[in-house]
Design a protein around this ligand. Sequence first.
Ligand SMILES: [Cu+2]
Length: 138
Amino acid sequence: MRIRVGLWSLLIVGAACGGSSAPTGSSSNPPPSTPVQSISMTEFAFSPPSPSIKAGTTVRWVNNGTTVHTATSDNAGVWNSQDVAPAHPDNSCPYPPCSGTTPPGTFSFTFTQPGTYPYHCAYHGALYNMTGTITVTP
Ligand SMILES: [Cu+2]
């Protein structure tokens, strides 16, 4: 009889220890990854051209058009996509040149500093007013 009572006590203590590591009720979702703002490039516009984003957001330009475009900051040196080729499903190129993109069809840049960032397409900015402005808020 005495031995049985002793085992019971050990089991209860063990259960109490196991319970101490229970979750504290926070969400089980993983931490959010870097937010992404997509901007489509077509002939001859960015869409949306001028989004407002939070610092730390990555802007991802996607060329959904049929010729090369760029996303180039008006202030030299902030960012320059170089040529972004059309992102056709078969990566075809109806209106060459369509080279110089990494990876095909997209260009990404992460904005870490709040501010106002005007940009343009190097080929169609002046000619077709293919321009935009990224507003970065804290
Ligand atoms: Cu363009």
